[in-house]
Design a protein around this ligand. Structure first.
Ligand SMILES: [Zn+2]
Length: 426
């Protein structure tokens, strides 16, 4: 297993549940993480993962303690953080207990509403982003069945509550989403950042499929967390981070990289540069200290995606500065015109040469002319173009550290495979 795969195994919660902080706290990995705190008067549960894990979560909680769950906090409304409640609710009904208080930020209500409206769309999108998984919930978010909040935190307000002898502090900040809550448990110095920190992956900022994230506010949230000087950090995904030094390092490097990307992209926007130039300059200046930092591995989100996140904050969809791109023709019609100049064999041969020279990205661009332009062209040439593109994408999958990017490349391979089968049947 390579590093990316190991990181992603942990990201998906494939590690043993663990007690810590004098056995007062428990971390359960179940795709996203669940944090549990035991008090004299009952349990506080931070996040509930996705629907398919409800039994695993429940069983682990009950192994840890038989006390009633009094509070559930949602770090944000993503499908992998607040839907694994079925077994917990069943127990409440069987035992005749009162329902736990569910605490969330007010923006989660808009999110749930959006999911109800776009549930099938999100299922389609997630099928692509997580295409390599066999355990992806088929029904999408299934947002018509939500366990809605009973305590709603408005605006930028903080919220504190007490249970047993312990107190809990909740803060709202934007980061991956606009509905984030993070929690601090001062008695045992434990931070629960939700998705604002995943271990060890680079922040999921600039995800190619998803809506705008908040890179600057994300850095500010991390800086606020640093002030707590915590001993433990229960990340949104991945294993527990223990020890003040490690917690500080994991937080500091995140704040630094987010601020770096924000400042450098903003600087280039002010210099009147278009996206292509900004992107390639940013790749060149990426500091060594961030590359594969142990708390910043590019195995889910990555630096290349993050550049888009900052650019999109301030700029619309006309990103090239070339008026040709304002109202472009269809790409297959453009490709056909290229094939009027030189036939598909010549393009294919040129792509092969580029590939041999190690310029595989350029080879992909040239292959697309053959693929898009020659639907009715020679079967053997087209098959060869499909096959070379598939070979290049396969190599890219092997070299690519990001799970999301890997899946996008893999989806392309599957599409090419089915096109090849179809063509061979003709
Ligand atoms: Zn998550």
């Amino acid at each position: 297993m390579n590093t990316t795969e190991e990181d992603m195994q942990k990201w998906f919660g494939n590690f043993s549940a663990k007690t810590f902080a004098d056995d007062i706290c428990l971390i359960i990995g179940a795709w996203a993480n669940i944090g549990v705190i035991k008090t004299e008067e009952g349990l506080v549960v931070f996040d509930l993962s996705n629907r398919v894990y409800h039994r695993r979560i429940f069983n682990q909680i009950r192994k840890f303690s038989d006390k009633q769950i009094k509070y559930v906090i949602y770090s944000h409304g993503h499908f992998d953080h607040c839907f694994g409640y079925a077994s917990i609710i069943k127990e409440v009904n069987v035992k005749g207990w009162s329902m736990p208080q569910i605490i969330a930020h007010e923006n989660i209500l808009n999110r749930f509403e959006k999911y109800r409206k776009l549930d099938r769309y999100h299922a389609w999108i997630n099928k692509q982003q997580f295409s390599s998984l066999s355990n992806l919930p088929k029904e999408g978010v299934y947002a018509h069945e939500t366990l809605d909040p009973t305590i709603i935190i408005h605006g930028n307000n903080n919220y504190e509550f007490k249970l047993g002898n312990f107190s809990f502090e909740l803060y709202h900040d934007k980061g991956e989403t606009d509905d984030s809550l993070w929690m601090y448990f001062p008695e045992k110095e434990v931070l629960f950042p939700g998705e604002l920190v995943s271990n060890p992956t680079f922040p999921n900022v600039g995800n190619p499929f998803k809506v705008q994230r908040y890179p600057k506010q994300w850095a500010i949230a991390i800086e606020k967390m640093l002030e707590k000087d915590a001993e433990y950090l229960v990340p949104g995904h991945g294993p527990l981070i223990e020890g003040k030094k490690n917690v500080k390092e994991a937080l500091l490097i995140r704040a630094e990289v987010l601020n770096f990307i924000y400042d450098e992209v903003v600087k280039r926007l002010n210099e009147g540069k278009w996206f292509e130039q900004i992107y390639h300059e940013m790749l060149e200046i990426y500091p060594e200290k961030f590359k594969n930092h142990k708390f910043l591995t590019p195995s889910y989100g990555c630096y290349r995606f993050a550049i888009h996140a900052v650019y999109r904050l301030f700029h619309g969809w006309y990103t090239t500065g070339n008026p040709t791109d304002l109202f472009p023709a269809k790409s297959n019609e453009i490709a056909k015109e290229y094939l009027e100049i030189n036939n598909e064999e010549q393009y294919l041969n040129h792509a092969k040469t580029l590939y041999k020279e190690g310029k595989s990205q350029l080879a992909l661009h040239i292959l697309d002319i053959v693929i898009k332009g020659s639907f009715s062209g020679k079967k053997t040439t087209l098959l060869e173009a499909y096959s070379l593109k598939s070979k290049i994408l396969t190599q890219k999958v092997a070299e690519e550290p990001s799970f999301i990017a890997k899946n996008i490349l893999r989806n392309g391979i599957f599409e090419l495979e089915s096109k090849m089968e179809e063509l061979q049947r003709k």
